[in-house]
Design a protein around this ligand. Structure first.
Ligand code: COA
Length: 376
């Protein structure tokens, strides 16, 4: 991956090509051996005025004439690109695929970024009426507080933990620890969510190489096996859902993933979840089955999601601490899990780490993608 953050000196394509180059170098792969490219990216047209991303990347990686395809699923673009690449290899259509994710967000004024991101919800019924993503997640937070007694302090504990992990990750956007007070006293964005309850606007890219396992073993001493790749959908607009305090698509996707692998939450050693807002991590750990519904706040406050505790959640720093260049996030989650499974997560290594999971969400929950991986 590229270093996430505010990138002033390099553009959209440079970051992706840097991440792609690192992925190729990691397994000593040469360009002519690649059969296809998939790139997850959410809104490059609105954010940097560039469309036709597949062709752009193939051209600048010197990979013409292989097929190169853009994948878009809002903030889950990276996760869905990974799944698309996985299906291409699993089906036998391609033997060697590179999956990238990228977004360049900080060159664009904040109100325009909010508008571009808001398009991932229901434009007519939400964004047009003024509901931005912090506003929509604030509604979910209020509902969760009402139904389960979740507190502001419990949400703030998510941000404190994720900044602590990010401080150990040299690729993270933020590398500073914070306290509960930092979160609680920071400026209000959409009540009850303050600045430090929100993931930031970030630039960055990530990439992975996918191959059938027997082939991967020839290229890498430490290949990672994808055991399950599942995806589910839900209503685009929050008001059309049967429940505002859970993400149903997450529950469906993870159920399929556990059925496929015959694993359960207890088998997972490390998980990267989609914490675009602190309440999102609380709902994610509940919906993925790491704690009972309604207990996510308490579970976090008790330190059970910290590094090397009951379940290590968001060791990269998550979207909150590592940053959220939307199209890159789902692929970055896979990179972090691969580093953890290989014992290469310097400074933040989960002990005896054998099975990991990624959970990437699009919009306010209309798309959810789950991957389960293990050391091959
Ligand atoms: N967490 C911590 N610090 C943050 C931050 C965040 N999420 N966002 C910005 N900052 C810091 C900046 O680094 C800057 O610090 P500095 O003054 O020391 O340089 C300061 O706060 C002001 O930054 P600015 O860019 O002016 O903030 P903003 O008010 O324009 O934007 C948010 C803040 C929360 C509105 C913006 O980050 C946001 O919209 N986040 C949500 C993104 C989103 O919806 N993603 C999709 C999820 S589904």
């Amino acid at each position: 991956m590229s270093k996430f953050g505010e990138e002033w000196t390099r553009g959209y394509r440079d970051m992706l090509i840097e991440a792609g180059g690192r992925a190729l170098a990691d397994c000593n792969l040469h360009g002519e051996e690649i059969d296809a490219l998939y790139v997850g990216t959410m809104a490059p047209g609105s954010l940097v005025g560039q469309e036709h991303i597949g062709a752009l990347v193939a051209d600048f990686m010197g990979l013409n004439p292989i097929p190169a395809t853009r994948v878009e699923a809002a903030c889950a673009s990276g996760g869905v690109a990974l799944r698309t690449g996985y299906l291409a290899v699993a089906s036998g259509a391609h033997d060697c695929v590179v999956v990238g994710g990228v977004e360049k967000m900080t060159d664009t004024p904040g109100n325009e970024v909010a508008s571009a991101l808001g398009g991932a919800g229901d434009q007519e019924w939400e964004l047009f009426m003024g509901a931005t993503f912090p506003g929509i997640y604030a509604l979910m937070a209020r509902r969760h507080m009402l139904e389960y007694g979740t507190t502001r302090e419990q949400m703030a504990a998510v941000a404190v933990k994720n900044h602590a992990n990010a401080a150990k990750n040299k690729y993270a956007h933020f590398q500073n620890e914070i306290t509960l007070d930092t979160v609680l006293k920071s400026k209000m964005v959409a009540s009850p969510l303050t600045l430090f309850d929100c993931s930031p606007i970030t630039d960055g890219a990530a990439a992975v190489v996918l191959m059938p396992l027997d082939k991967a073993k020839k290229y890498s001493e430490m290949p990672i096996e994808i055991l399950a790749s599942t995806q589910a959908s839900d209503a685009l607009a929050l008001h059309s859902r049967h429940c505002m305090s859970e993400l149903h698509a997450t529950k469906v996707a993870v159920k399929k993933a556990f059925e496929t692998t015959k694993l359960s939450p207890k088998d997972i050693d490390v998980v990267e979840v989609h914490d675009c807002f602190t309440i999102a991590e609380i709902m994610a750990i509940e919906d993925l089955g790491f704690c009972p519904k309604g207990q996510g706040g308490k579970f976090t406050e008790e330190g059970k999601t910290a590094l090397n505790s009951e379940i290590s959640v968001n060791t990269s720093g998550g979207l909150k601490g590592c940053g959220h260049p939307v199209g890159a996030t789902g692929v970055k989650q896979a990179v972090e899990i691969a580093w953890q499974l290989r014992g290469q997560a310097e400074g933040r290594q989960v002990k005896d780490c054998e099975i990991g999971m990624t959970h990437n969400v699009g919009g306010s929950g209309a798309t959810a993608v789950v991957h389960i991986m293990k050391r091959a």
